[in-house]
Design a protein around this ligand. Structure first.
Ligand code: NAP
Length: 253
């Protein structure tokens, strides 16, 4: 679906909304958390490295945006109970949840399948798809009771067309697209809850540098430059859009 790279969000787009961002300590998730807060949201910062989350927390506070909250969690080792506890805590402390950006991700390794380590494959599947699925199951009651909620799963172009050597990462992103379609279809009568995938496209982060070590990063868009689509899809202007595979940036010419 056409990206919204030219979308201009009004300053109070996400005022009074509570939004959870996973992988909020670094890369795209960090910038999305900051931008959602800048547009008025109370952001729940979830990630596995506490110091990184604390730095984002401090940046948000220093800017005078709504006070965020930190939720340290390693998705790789998380259990169903952890997600239920998370949902209870969000309900207790905020009484609502208006959006989730499932953004945390692991690249794994770029290697021929015959050489792929089963343990690493499992890790990638755990972080990129199994964790987000069970986290979603726990959070759905809160999302479903919001007036206008957006559930976003992060995809990739290798989740839409397979590419040699991308192994578990590619498979996990295909599964992400499939899960989104299943869930969006189940919730299609719930007009106040939209469920979509968002493919950031090639973006200047550590993960991209790990996948393409020889690439000149200055040729890539920064996380800041792809935020218009992230804001549009999280905010009320995308109401009614559900079950879609959205791109954050136009395809390379
Ligand atoms: P990144 O810079 O590597 O950031 C990934 C984030 O996920 C980090 O904050 C990381 O935490 C967190 N994370 C990883 N494993 C985790 C775990 N087990 N539990 C909790 N958090 C965990 O990657 P990015 O480029 O910003 O990618 C963000 C999303 O976009 C990913 O889903 C990725 O697949 C997708 N994507 C990126 C590109 C691109 O070009 N950059 C293209 C297509 C799709 P730590 O900082 O603590 O490690």
């Amino acid at each position: 679906m056409t990206c919204k790279i030219d979308y201009q969000a009004r300053p109070d787009l996400l005022k009074d909304r509570v939004i959870l961002v996973t992988g909020a300590g670094d890369g795209i998730g960090r910038v999305a958390a900051l931008d959602y807060a800048r547009h008025g949201a109370t952001v729940i910062l979830l990630g596995r490295t506490l110091e990184k989350l604390e730095r984002v927390y401090d940046e948000i506070e220093a800017q005078g945006y709504p006070q965020p909250a930190i939720f340290p969690l390693n998705i790789e080792g998380a259990l169903l109970e952890d997600y239920d506890d998370m949902a209870s805590r969000l309900d207790r402390e905020f009484g609502r949840l208006d959006g989730v950006l499932h953004n945390a991700g692991l690249l794994g390794t770029i290697t021929p399948f015959e050489e792929y380590e089963p343990e690493l494959w499992e890790q990638v599947m755990q972080v990129n798809i199994n964790g987000p699925i069970w986290m979603t199951q726990s959070l759905l009651p809160l999302l479903d009771s919001a007036d206008d909620a957006s559930l976003i799963f992060t995809s990739s172009s290798v989740g839409r067309k397979g590419r040699a050597q991308w192994g578990a990462y590619s498979v996990s992103k295909f599964a992400t697209e499939g899960f989104m379609e299943v869930l969006a279809d189940e919730f299609k009568a719930h007009e106040h809850l939209r469920i979509n995938t968002l493919n950031p496209g090639a973006t200047r982060t550590d993960m991209r540098a790990g996948a393409y070590p020889d690439e000149d990063p200055t040729t890539l868009r920064t996380p800041e430059q792809i935020m218009p689509t992230y804001l549009w899809l999280m905010g009320p202007d995308s109401r009614g859009v559900t079950g879609q595979k959205i791109d954050a940036q136009p395809p390379k010419a």
